[in-house]
Design a binder for this molecule. Sequence first.
Ligand code: SAH
Length: 442
Amino acid sequence: MNGKIYLVGFGPGAEEHMSFKAKAAIAESDVVIGYTTYIKLVKDLLDGKEVVRKGMTEEIDRCVEAYEQAQQGKIVALISSGDIGVYGMAGPTYEVLLQAGWKPSDDIQVEIVPGSTALSTCASLVGAPLTHDFCSISLSDLLTPWPVIARRVDAAGHADFVIALYNPKSGRRTQQIVEAQKILLRYRRPDTPVAIVKSAYRRRQNIQLVRLDEMSDCDIGMLTTVLIGNSSTFIKEGLMITPRGYANKYSSLTGATKDGEQAGISLSMGLDGWYACLRQYVEDNPGLTLEKIAEYFGVVIGEVLNAIAAGESAGEHKAVRIQSEKLNDVVKSCEQWGRLRGIVRAEAGAVTELFLQAQDFQLRGDWLNIETEAFHCHVNWSKVDSAYLACRKDKSYGVNFIDNKGHLVFRLLITKQDGAFSTDKLEAYAQAWQALAEKNDD
Ligand code: SAH
């Protein structure tokens, strides 16, 4: 008889939360291999079976053992809690097998039996915290470098995901949760709800509902999963809830059309409609800079410019996109605009304003160099992907150079004389607009 390997996730621990298939796979197996604690959790199902207990750090041994036993024609169940594919043994087992030359078409079959993973079982005990986009991050730095983990925590915080932290803390790893909290507090309110669920559906089950700024002081261990709410998660009557939609919270983002939303149809703030919503917002709220609009919608400047350029105008703002092939034409046009204000924004917040003439520009290789008595400015021109002529009536007229991620590389604005824009300059700007926009059409 051919051997078989079942990779079984048995859920959180309690037998009633195990799938039929998981039980059947264990029942069918001759050998059950697992970490000592897991074996204890399924002990009632093990009568008459060969049981191989392994310690925490013997993961690869467990995979090799499973393969060797299957090669002897046995049916082997390699078991793990939750879902075996989530921070579990499914990956290492396939890696070991493939390295040993095994192929899916071989006589030894491998079947994965999925189980309820900790994030869903823990969520079920505290309410409905995962009803909107979420992600899971393991804080274990045993196999993952800390900068990678920190970057993911940061990205998840920035992107407003609900976050499930696996492996949040152990006897030796006590500071990772403190660091994660610090990173998240840059993006989330201190009173953001956090659920700390220990040993879900096991004997020592324990649940704490706390605030993000209290999180790292709480009782957290190896058997704990931490669920951190997004910006709209709330706690009511002891339940942690993440609303299904953002539209209610951000009614202003959907503008006046909110009443017109239709069931089964994307929001007016959906992919097709949101440019129009942005323009409407800009029209309804005069006095906003491009930066302020980008901040309000949580998008990059390039997207704001795309949205404005997609319509005739947006209140006092107008924009037109210039393709990358025409970047040099834009620079040429600037030469007609006289004294210019160059704006360079550092990511961390500093804004540099430089007064210059387009005649000072020198394109050398990848760099646009502007060298005057007062300053040297070097713009990495190879990063510039597109340009937008953009103006705000009576406030600013200029061009924005944007990189392929939509970030502003460099901005040039025409300058006022004696508190006003000269008609000549506005005329030259309008001409450039017409010429470049026309060329855009072909
Ligand atoms: N394969 C497992 C995860 C293994 S990683 C799954 O899908 O759930 C181990 C981590 O899972 C623990 O550190 C803890 O964060 C989480 N975890 C596993 N079982 C849990 C339980 N019953 N209650 C709370 N957290 C649990």
